[in-house]
Design a protein around this ligand. Structure first.
Ligand code: PLP
Length: 398
């Protein structure tokens, strides 16, 4: 067999993709084991029947051919309207590219920003696919770190963008739940302007803010021409499987990326776009309805781990996860998550999947019903207590 390209064989830099616990839990489920699945960011409800009806109407109405590669006019208008409303920045359909999910928009934004060999900054802890997107483009990820003691908000001293063509941020953040305040965004905007780098803002959790409020970096002085925004219907509308999202960018970038979409995805199915347009027409009330269970379960987590002697909960300001600091148990995040799955059939993500900055932590997705969620928190607590006692006995015996 001829050699495969470095672009595809080095996506994970020779390591793993960080999803092993998910794959293992799926194998257990396939073998008939009941597993509480708290790994992936996917709702415990399905896409609303109202949205499915819109999809069905559209498909039966004939939207089964090639759709416009950049997205239908009506969907791009609906996305632009939403963006204008939440950001306060006038956004036109020419600023929008419809993509198969936020993931494809992340790829498109980096493709627009980077030449092979160039550096692209990401901030740890970061979503598991970020570094791979950059490597797949032949560029080089530069890992910056936001520290736990600063609430995972990056400080000016964390943002060394020397030689970087882009900086990727994610607020509300997966996995930390941090929501960047105005001060943080101003610091970020100053850093990218000084470096003359693109700011790529992953906002797929923009409908899930529990503390603080949504502030768009595009709304900071002179930033709208230097910023790409990643959006998605996955989290805000429980449409993960429909694979629909968007990129907001300056017009020239959208024009060029439409050409890239022509040679890659060739667009998103028309009936999915029509369903997304209908879903957006349901307005912010619908998005709040979808977000409500995560807000509730985040409060349940706060109550369950309050004053816990072993586990420290990192309070989530947004998004559908909580982070637990389990270092006092003496295990790594991977070690803890693996034993939790083996011994208690609860699947969570080890912090290490999100970069070294989250080592010794777990990311728990708030993605099952409240009762099962509560039970999982109690099991995680007692398991952690037991491990911490064992580790203390072990050190006393030495
Ligand atoms: N960005 C972040 C931070 C995510 O957590 C996810 C999915 O979990 C994505 C992007 C990709 O989402 P999608 O492609 O489903 O829109």
């Amino acid at each position: 067999m001829p050699l495969l390209s470095k672009r595809i064989t080095q996506i994970n830099d020779g390591g793993s993709d960080g999803w092993e616990i998910l794959y293992k839990s799926r194998r257990m489920i396939a073998d008939g084991v009941h597993v509480t699945q708290l790994t992936i960011g996917e709702h415990d409800i399905k896409t609303s029947p109202r949205i499915l009806e819109a999809m069905d109407r559209s498909a039966r109405g004939g939207a089964l051919g090639y759709a416009p590669v950049n997205g239908t006019d009506r969907l791009r208008e609906a996305i632009a309207k939403r963006a204008t409303r939440i950001s306060g920045v006038e956004t036109s359909p020419e600023n929008i590219l419809v993509t198969p999910g936020g993931q494809a928009a992340l790829f498109a934004a980096h493709a627009a920003a980077l030449n092979p060999g160039e550096k692209a900054a990401i901030i740890a802890p970061y979503y598991a696919t970020y570094a791979g997107v950059i490597r797949n483009l032949g560029a080089v990820p530069k890992i910056l770190t936001a520290r736990s003691e600063n609430g995972f908000q990056p400080m000016a001293s964390d943002l060394d963008l020397e030689g970087c063509r882009s900086l990727l941020i994610n607020s509300p953040s997966n996995p930390t739940g941090a929501v960047y305040g105005r001060e943080t965004l101003e610091t970020i905007s100053k850093a990218v302007k000084e470096a003359n780098a693109w700011l790529i803002s992953d906002e797929v959790y923009d409908a899930q803010i529990w503390e603080g409020r949504y502030i768009s970096p595009r709304n900071l002085p002179e930033m709208s021409e230097q910023t790409f925004v990643i959006g998605s219907m996955s989290k805000s509308h429980a449409m993960t499987g429909s694979r629909i999202g968007w990129l907001i960018a300056p017009r020239a970038a959208i024009k060029a990326l439409t050409e890239q979409a022509t040679v890659t995805t060739y667009g998103v199915p028309g009936y999915i776009q029509d369903a997304a347009e209908f879903a957006l027409s349901l307005g912010p009330e619908f998005e709040e309805e979808i977000a409500a269970p995560f807000r509730r379960r985040r409060d349940l987590a706060d109550a369950a781990f309050q004053n816990d002697p072993v586990i420290r909960l990192i309070p989530a300001q947004g998004a559908m996860y909580v982070m637990l600091d389990i270092r006092a148990t003496g295990l790594s995040g991977i070690g803890f998550a693996d034993r939790l799955l083996e011994e208690h059939h609860i699947a969570v993500m080890p912090g290490e999947s999100f970069g070294e900055a989250a080592a010794g932590h777990l990311r728990v997705a708030l993605t099952t019903n409240d009762e099962e969620m509560e039970a999982a928190f109690q099991t995680i607590k007692s398991f952690a207590w037991r491990l911490s006692e064992q580790s203390q006995r072990h050190s006393a015996a030495q």
